[in-house]
Design a binder for this molecule. Sequence first.
Ligand code: PLP
Length: 395
Amino acid sequence: MRTVYLDNNATTAVAPEVFEAMGPYFGPEYGNPSSIHTFGGKLAARVEQAREQVATLINADPSEIIFTSCGTESDSAAIHGTLESSPAKRHIITTRVEHPAVRGLCQHLAEQGYRVTELSVDRQGLLDLDELTDALTPETALVSIMWANNETGVLFPIDRIAQMVKSAGAVLHTDAVQAAGKEPLDMSKVPVDLLSISGHKLHAPKGIGVLYVRRGTRLTPLLIGGHQERGRRAGTENVPYIIGLGKACELAHQDFDSERAHIRRLRDKLEDALLSKCPGSVLNGHKTQRLVNTSSISIEYIEGEAILLLLDRLGICASSGSACTSGSLEPSHVLRAMGVPFTMAHGSIRFSLSRYNTDEDVDYVIEHMPGIIQRLRDISPFGRNKAEKVSAKKP
Ligand code: PLP
């Protein structure tokens, strides 16, 4: 059976070039870059090359790049590190639609006595920036607002947010885990202080991440110990994964515009066909202020999990809500925050594409999805009732 992988916001395939670049560092080149001897020490130069490749993707200085173990660690390091370095300020601003890596931590910090303001979003998933203005006070230590939402792909205007946060004297962290490699990120233009990236969302392996720290930002390290990463993140460097992430960033940078155009065309083709062929379907999130690869669709009176199971039997991989919430029957906190009605939030399905998807992939989903929806609607008591009501109204 063929596999059509449309769940790239959950994780991506490791690019063959990345796999190849990493190979020697699992084999003969196993040294420790901190060693004095040449065998290990020469790897320090490879790590620095990877740091430059990451910096180039986001137009930063290599000295502003810290390698971490994942996006979650980068988020934690940014948030804990900022709060610890300004202990007098006890207020955090974030949003209701953050990934649990940020939202869960902020909720935990609220239990520890921090005041946490969660900004709301409207029906299209957009923030009201006046709400941010009202929330910012001299007590605000940190604002943590994601660049792109993992479920809907909705983009927040981080450049405007950064200006507002800077003039209020607070630190801005952005979780750019879903944006890196998909959106242009230019640290010379957008004055964020801290930015998180995760390797496995851009064709590097799972278990490697980056925290960008703008020069001059005060940050207490999360991991304290050895002097690696210039004392900002202790722990022996994960050399193969760092080299893999560097290569992945280089690939994302070099084919950036053409890949975005390819992915956007396929996503729009899929989305337009599904919205027109599946009755009762609506798009979740703003139509244009959105990542090019993501399409979140809700289908009335149908369980997203049921759609996923039937798609899975055909080898089609998608997601209902975020990967981290699927498996629980709670509707997605993102869709609920957007005011998507309970029945629609339960019937949500997310397709997320990558450079490796093809027209054949999309055609396969378009061919099968309407039949799946019809089948589920036929067996759903709510769907049947709705259909009966609709036909009863007909003259
Ligand atoms: N932030 C966002 C927006 C994400 O989508 C994810 C993963 O899904 C994370 C953070 C966590 O990244 P990682 O899996 O590398 O810990």
